[in-house]
Design a protein around this ligand. Structure first.
Ligand SMILES: *Cc1c(COP(=O)(O)O)cnc(C)c1O
Length: 348
């Protein structure tokens, strides 16, 4: 019997309500990159739509197109990684909102929109210091002037200006925000009138109201994944929505072997550093060759259920608890669960 990831969609809905309440009047864009942080894209976006979420942040164009297929036309889908002219064409055809942080991509999107007879909505990205992608401040005036020209030709609608911040220190984030505000002013001077300004992800959306603008792009907190080293779930008012369960495959005097799926997706460094939930209470996770074992409990037997993380009885931890034990972030644990491990939804 293989591992399963149990995803509680009612908890997810409660988290969505909490996040939307916390950031209002800014609107929530639910970020679903990496297969909805490992929770399974289709089930997550369907429930989000039912809960009234109107913006999905899809990262790449393929994910954006998939969300369009699953949810239909009644939702705005933002993709911010388009790497080629072919992807620009797909984004135009699927009616995605595209994040554009590169002059060449701007031309490609405009050309594809023109060819398709479409008006494609774009959100221009200013690089406020992360240097991931985005137009550098020194190139921004020329970039926005060109965008205004293309908008005037009718193939693009510049609906948004955005950037991404590190959320590692308030000082850096403040500096990024000053650059962002200046970029918005420059864009307006170029004749653009963007109505969707967005800058923050989970942490800043909650902690720093002035970073919310019109839209917040939130992934982690919607899935109940708190920031490592940051405020706890109780303080945030969100709860983890996924539990990773594995079954005992064999038992000997000092431990029970567990099977976490065909491509073992947990960092091996967790061994010796965390406990997991067992029918006998919390037990240490130990290494065993290529996989994991769990310290014995009295009536351990093959088939018994072990909860690696997530809600439930038996001494559970969250993905972020595990992450903190090895100096990483909860997302890193969540997205490493093998795609071959079935996602089982409750509340669908
Ligand atoms: C991943 C991502 C987010 C969401 O971040 P969380 O911390 O998970 O809320 C927002 N914006 C961009 C550009 C991202 O890549």
């Amino acid at each position: 019997m293989s591992a399963v990831l149990r995803v509680d969609l009612d908890r997810f809905a409660a988290n969505l309500a909490r996040v939307r309440g916390a950031v209002a009047p800014a609107e929530l864009m639910l970020v679903v990159k990496d297969d909805a942080y490992g929770h399974g894209l289709d089930g997550i976006v369907r429930r989000a739509q039912r809960e009234g979420v109107r913006w999905i942040g899809a990262f790449d164009v393929a994910t954006g197109c998939r969300v369009r297929e699953v949810l239909g036309d009644d939702v705005r889908i933002f993709s911010w990684i388009a790497a080629s002219r072919a992807e620009a064409a797909q984004a135009v055809a699927a009616g995605l909102d595209l994040g554009v942080g590169d002059a060449e991509l701007l031309e490609d999107v405009a050309a594809e929109a023109r060819a398709a007879g479409a008006v494609t909505r774009v959100h221009l990205k200013i690089d406020t210091g992360l240097h991931r992608n985005g137009v550098r401040p020194e190139d921004w005036a020329r970039f926005t002037a060109r965008a205004a020209q293309l908008a005037g030709e009718g193939c693009l609608d510049v609906v948004g200006i955005w950037s991404h911040i590190a959320e590692a220190s308030d000082e850096e984030d403040d500096a990024a925000r000053a650059l962002f505000d200046a970029a918005v002013t420059t864009a307006r001077e170029a004749g653009l009138s963007p109505t969707m300004l967005h800058l923050s992800a989970s942490a800043a959306s909650f902690a720093r109201p002035e970073f919310r603008y019109d839209l917040v792009r939130v992934g982690a907190f919607c899935y109940g994944i708190r920031s490592a080293g940051g405020p706890g779930e109780e303080h945030l008012g969100v709860r983890p929505i996924a539990a990773l369960e594995a079954h005992v495959t064999a038992v000997d005097v000092d431990g029970a072997s567990i099977d976490i799926g065909p491509l073992d997706g947990l960092p091996s460094t967790l061994a010796g550093r965390v406990t997991v939930g067992t029918p006998g209470g919390p037990r240490a996770l130990k290494a065993s060759g290529s996989g994991f074992r769990v310290a014995r409990w009295p009536d351990a037997a093959p088939g018994a259920l072990v909860r690696i993380y997530g809600p439930g009885d038996g001494g559970e931890s969250s993905a972020t608890d595990l992450a903190e034990a090895i100096g990483t972030i909860g997302e890193e644990i969540a997205v490493r669960v093998s795609p071959l491990v079935p996602r089982i939804y409750s509340g669908e």
